[in-house]
Design a protein around this ligand. Structure first.
Ligand code: SAH
Length: 289
């Protein structure tokens, strides 16, 4: 793999759609604990939740499994969400996710800070939820499962690319298990939303990019892992080319019927593919809006 140095840590305030700079020295992996501490320091944020609502129906399939009392919460209220976060991670573990680091990251990341306050009663239920622009925040189980698949037998991930930032939740979880995370979003208002959601968490090793993720980020490649949060009929060739040798890509593939696919680059012009469980994602679309 070609060694490329990174500019991490990067203040999230520096995260823009501008082209990526060449990095200097990677920071240590941002642990879930770091993220929690960062989040704790951000309690100045005072976005107030509206009065409790009966809660929306989830946007995607799968039975809702509330793991906390139905109540809204302030975005800054980390302590109050500790128990539901733990319960959510335990639920995801019971669904079959075994990777301890991934479960710890899930337990740490305040998911309620990535969804609109009116939906916060569902923040720690294992469901996808609407985030506007016909898109959804992914179900916690699938977020964890994809990252587990990306990590494989648990070797450290250095540079990871996510296609489909949405509200930024999966990128934030990824930042707990990878040294450098890049995430691309094609819908400008969602790119802006993710920036706003992530800013108080001050995740130093995460960089957001506005653009067409189907093209990848050739200026930063190769990647040790690539995750797609939207489903295409096939995985774009450009992304396969941006994998380091030995690296993996995890993506939902299909239209009405979709399956998770894990592709490993085994050589310069060789990839192997595994088709795994069924899933349900929003479509991967070309271009930007
Ligand atoms: N990662 C999110 C999931 C977002 S939903 C989470 O944490 O829950 C999938 C996102 O993929 C949508 O925001 C959609 O706009 C985006 N998307 C679809 N096609 C894309 C493309 N070609 N490039 C970048 N983003 C894309």
């Amino acid at each position: 793999m070609t060694e490329k140095r990174s500019t991490f840590p990067l203040p999230l305030s520096s995260v823009t759609g501008a082209s990526t700079r060449k990095p200097a020295a990677p920071t240590p992996v941002a642990t879930p604990q770091t993220a929690t501490q960062n989040a704790r320091t951000s309690q100045a944020q005072t976005r107030q939740a509206p009065p409790p609502s009966p809660g929306p129906r989830p946007a995607a399939s799968g039975a809702p499994q509330p793991v906390q009392p139905q109540q809204t919460m302030q975005r800054s209220d980390l302590a109050a969400t500790e128990a539901p976060r733990r319960a959510m991670a335990a639920h995801v573990a019971r669904q079959g996710v075994k990777d301890g680091q991934v479960l710890a990251a899930l337990e740490t990341m305040p998911r309620h800070m990535f969804i609109e306050p009116a939906l916060s009663s569902q923040a720690y239920a294992d469901v996808s939820l609407p985030i506007g622009h016909n898109q959804t925040i992914s179900q916690p189980y699938i977020v964890a499962r994809m990252i587990e698949l990306l990590r494989g037998s648990g070797q450290p991930l250095r540079r990871v690319l996510e296609i489909g930032t949405g509200c930024g939740y999966q990128a934030a979880v990824l930042s707990c298990v990878a040294q450098e995370v890049y995430s691309i979003e094609r819908i400008k208002p969602l790119h802006e939303l993710a920036k706003a959601n992530l800013r108080p968490l001050r995740i130093a090793n995460l960089r957001l990019q506005y653009g067409d993720g189907m093209l990848g980020l050739p200026q930063v490649a190769p990647f040790d892992g690539i995750i797609l949060a939207a489903a295409g009929l096939e995985v774009p060739r450009a992304l396969l080319e941006q994998l380091a040798i030995g690296a993996r890509l995890v993506a939902p593939v299909g239209a009405q019927v979709q399956h998770l696919q894990r592709i490993t680059r085994t050589g310069k012009s060789e990839w192997t593919s595994e088709t795994l469980e069924a899933c349900h994602f929003v479509p991967l679309r070309p271009g930007t809006v």
